[in-house]
Design a binder for this molecule. Structure first.
Ligand SMILES: CC(=O)N[C@H]1[C@@H](OP(=O)(O)OP(=O)(O)OC[C@H]2O[C@@H](n3ccc(=O)[nH]c3=O)[C@H](O)[C@@H]2O)O[C@H](CO)[C@@H](O)[C@@H]1O[C@H](C)C(=O)N[C@@H](C)C(=O)N[C@H](CCC(=O)O)C(=O)O
Ligand SMILES: Nc1ncnc2c1ncn2[C@@H]1O[C@H](COP(=O)(O)OP(=O)(O)OP(=O)(O)O)[C@@H](O)[C@H]1O
Length: 520
């Protein structure tokens, strides 16, 4: 149980870790107990060891922390304050080391499955969590831990997450809470930022999964180059005993080589929809309005599977989740039960009018490969439908997504509605300019509308569909189930795409047919 540590013991520990540690006011450390560690002055209580870090850090935060009872600080620089200070050369490397010592290596009693990749982390982690939860339910065991971009569950509280992967000190605290509440298994999304900025340093994971890689998150605040992005993600193989790899991805050979080169990886397992030689091979894929069925071939067994989420890329995600579950010794029947009822909010959410005239597809896709997969799945679902798409792109990051998504949309439809998607501090119309440039490169005659208001853009696509009277699939991409839109640093509430679409369908069922009659 991590409840407190002696400050002198902490200082001695830091000194044992590196020879360039500088101690300020060390003589004042005698007899002081540390009951909490944090990097946020707003969380400080008496007895806290406060960590000074971050691009936006201010000395005022340290002064505030001391006023609230912080007994010492850790920092890359010394400050003129009365409490003892521990000065380190690299605060990002120091935070996981301190957290591991303070919380006594909680990962040793929690079997962690870490999932990384450009697309599919949230979906796949969600599938694994739903399988582990089903297994816990069947065994009347504590629910598994979950750390993801949607929510975190540490065995006690479920909270909406602000990062895909938390900062190290938050992560270790969550793992310690899991351990202290007899949670023995956890699933975690591991972002490239987390791997690059030392957030998961020292965390022993049992299983690690690599889904796919494609250029994304390239920007001054994320990764300067694709190489930096790719090599950050490959650092996942510093963790784990078993590696689960999706063969149906670009750069698979490099990913496999990195896993093979990692001495801590004892076993490599592969999944595929294309290579029958993979450890988990899926074929005979069929689907209806809401589910897809396929056969899994593994270790000589033939296992029928129903996945309650559409999108054939989700078959790969389900195969990775099944492989992780099997490495956790979970029965196939439990996996089948969980995946047949799996949900993945805002990802391939399909809403159809009763007469089949209009099919809305809500998806979280917001980069090149997810757009390609999305259009491919939508065309498979309703090959004879017209297609319209409503989307935008986030401000302040991953700028390459804009022309990329414009390209893919322009190649797949003439009917494109550009709108806002977390513009943040950027002008949404400037973002639309960059998307439209990508559209025009491949489809000069595309019919591109622009509407800042997202629900307005969806309504326009609906109205245009009504005017044609033709069976149409309207894709609404990029926000999934999100209920806020980031504008000028603030998360503004808006009607989530899937809620507004359901309102439109209700409106159509009540009045739509009359509209079509009026139009003719
Ligand atoms: C580049 C990056 O990852 N930055 C993260 C990092 O920021 P930072 O360490 O520079 O700290 P800061 O936010 O500048 O603030 C300075 C410090 O002042 C402290 N503070 C602040 C106010 C106060 O009153 N008192 C106080 O002590 C804060 O606790 C903070 O530690 O630590 C902060 C938490 O302490 C994170 O919020 C912040 O994420 C920013 C918002 C971000 O956008 N991160 C993205 C790039 C990210 O990490 N994305 C991935 C997903 C994308 C992917 O799939 O790769 C993720 O894992 O979420
Ligand atoms: N295996 C996959 N291959 C390609 N595209 C995928 C795959 N899985 C999901 N997608 C697409 O990517 C979108 C986002 O999926 P998900 O949120 O699971 O990915 P993520 O890795 O968590 O994304 P992010 O890093 O942006 O949070 C989905 O809505 C879907 O369009």
């Amino acid at each position: 149980m991590s409840d407190s540590m002696n400050l002198e013991a902490i200082i001695a520990f830091f000194k044992s870790q590196a020879d360039d540690i500088q101690i300020i006011n060390g003589e004042r450390a005698a007899g002081i107990e540390v009951g909490q560690i944090t990097f946020d002055s707003r969380e400080v209580v008496p007895g806290t060891l406060f960590v000074c870090k971050g691009l936006a850090f201010k000395e005022a935060y340290l002064v505030d922390a001391i006023e609230k009872g912080a007994v010492a600080y850790v920092s890359e620089q010394a400050f003129q304050v009365d409490v003892p200070g521990i000065v380190v050369s690299n605060i990002r490397q120091a935070m996981p080391i301190l957290a591991n010592e303070f919380y006594q290596a909680p990962w040793q009693t929690v079997s962690i499955s870490g999932i990384t990749g450009t697309k599919g982390k949230t979906t796949t982690a969600g599938f694994v969590n739903q399988i582990l939860s089903q297994d816990s339910h069947e065994k009347n065991a504590p629910q598994p831990g979950f750390i993801s971009s949607t929510f975190n569950y540490d065995g006690v509280t479920k909270e909406v997450s602000s990062l895909t992967t938390p900062e190290a000190m938050d992560l270790y605290r969550m793992l310690a809470t899991m351990r202290d509440h007899n949670v023995t298994r956890a699933t975690m999304e591991v972002s490239s930022q987390a791997l690059k900025y030392n957030r998961v340093d020292g965390v022993g994971m049992d299983i690690v999964a690599f889904l796919n890689i494609s250029p994304d998150h390239i920007s001054p605040v994320e990764h300067p180059t694709f190489e930096d992005y790719f090599h950050s993600k490959l650092r996942i193989f510093e963790h784990g005993r078993v590696a689960v790899l999706n063969e149906d991805t670009d750069h698979f050979d490099e990913i496999l080589a990195a896993a093979q080169a990692a001495t801590n990886i004892e076993k490599i397992v592969t999944v595929s929809r294309k290579n029958p030689g993979a450890d988990y091979f899926a074929n005979q894929l069929t689907f209806n309005d809401s589910q897809q069925n396929f056969i899994v071939h593994n270790a000589g067994e033939v296992i029928p599977m129903t996945l309650n989420v559409l999108g054939h890329f989700n078959v790969n995600n389900a195969l990775v989740a099944a492989a992780i579950a099997r490495e956790n010794n979970i029965a196939w029947s439990t996996i089948q039960t969980a995946l047949a009822q799996a949900t993945s909010e805002g990802r391939m959410d399909v809403y159809k009018t009763s007469d089949g005239n209009i099919t809305f597809v809500i998806d979280f896709a917001h980069n090149k490969i997810s757009f390609e997969e999305l259009f491919s799945s939508v065309k498979e679902m309703a090959p004879d439908n017209d297609i319209r798409i409503v989307f935008g792109s986030a401000g302040g990051k991953a700028e390459n997504r804009r022309p990329d998504m414009g390209h893919v949309a322009g190649l797949n439809t003439d009917e494109i509605y550009l709108t806002s998607d977390d513009p943040n501090f950027e002008d949404p119309y400037k973002i639309m300019d960059e998307i439209e440039a990508g559209i025009r490169e491949v489809n000069p005659n595309a019919n591109v509308r622009r509407q800042m208001d997202r629900t307005g853009a969806i309504y326009t696509a609906y109205q245009d569909t009504m005017a044609t009277g033709k069976a149409t699939t309207i894709i609404v991409a990029g926000k999934g189930s999100e209920a806020t839109i980031k504008i000028k640093g603030r998360n503004e509430v808006y009607v989530p795409d899937y809620e507004y679409v359901q309102q439109l369908i209700a409106f159509y069922e009540f009045t739509g047919k009359m509209d079509i009659i009026k139009k003719k």
